[in-house]
Ligand binder design. Sequence first.
Ligand SMILES: Cc1ncc(COP(=O)(O)O)c(C=O)c1O
Length: 397
Amino acid sequence: MQMSHRISGFQCSPIRRLSPYAVAATKRGIKVHYLNIGQPDIKTPDEALNAVRNYSKPNIPYGPSEGLYELREGVVDYYKQHSVDLDVDDVLITTGGSEALQFAFMTLCDPFDEIIIPEPYYTNVTSFARTAMVNLVPITSRIEDSFSLPPIEEFEKRITRKTGAILLCSPNNPTGYIYTNDEMKSILELCKKKDIFLIVDEVYREFCYEEEFSSVLSYEGYEDRVVCIDSFSKRYSMCGSRIGAVVTKNSEFKANILKLSQARLCPPDIEQVAALAALKTAPSYLEEVKQEYKKRRDFLSQGLKKIDGVICSTPKGAFYMVAQLPVDDAEKFAIFMLNEFNYENETVMIAPAEDFYVTPAIGKKQARIAYVLNTNDLARALICLEKGLEAYKEKYL
Ligand SMILES: Cc1ncc(COP(=O)(O)O)c(C=O)c1O
């Protein structure tokens, strides 16, 4: 029987693809430290959990396709704290940032249109693009430059009649890079000159370790061509609640994306109630979470830099970094770590970075490492990684 080529050609998520090896290692009694996935171990705010416990509607209804009005108002208030003035109708609640990205692609692009994106990038974007039948046009950002924005001329060269948008992610998954004000202004100017949209995925906005973050929505003069992707998942450690948002001031975009939203009826109701409660969490919650991740970042990057042959820079935000490893093939090494290696009955799982690139081979020796473990576990994970690299070198290099 027939399957669509569109879906059968999908890659399995490189973040999850190696899971069967990890399951098998666990069955053999080995403790696996998961550095592959951005699943925070931080507690969800009590306010959000209590809102779920106390959900009191007599049935769970379909809500408005745009999302609950009170939640959209809450999001407007949240943005005020980030110096962004919004109206409630600038905010559309989605089923996670994932749906926000997918809907944005489908709203802006016809099949075979293009989205320009710096690589490496959040790997699920490949699947969102394929679902929308949109081609991703990559521009390589380099580990040697800490993954800063590639030269603006590289973007300009690639803009054609098929270009629907440029997509940036800042703070970046997987690199941890945060685009500077100058970089943002230059890309916004280019979008204005070429009359195209800029989508910026800011789901890690609260995790900036060196300076205050400026949302793309705060740049004056570009409001009509900016689409911001947001999510409650990481901010409040409520990934499973699946609440995100698309924020824009462009009226035509708003009218069109609403048609898609109406087709899927509404975002989940109980989770929106929980998200609204999360917004009422004391600001100290986010500050403490940020300090915790900062501590982990410092610990991990200092530890990695001490391992012979590992190249990485200290990420400025989010909770990931891309490290170049002294191996021939990071995927082969990742499988070795789960299949053949353990140190005192422990090992680590990393995400090979090759699939975070469109261009083949660039990321072959690189891995994305998430620092979502506490520092005790990170310390053990670093020891395993160092010992594993030595063992791999002896056996395979
Ligand atoms: C950069 C980025 N954007 C969007 C998402 C999607 O998040 P969610 O659908 O959980 O809101 C993720 C999840 O890891 C991400 O890293």
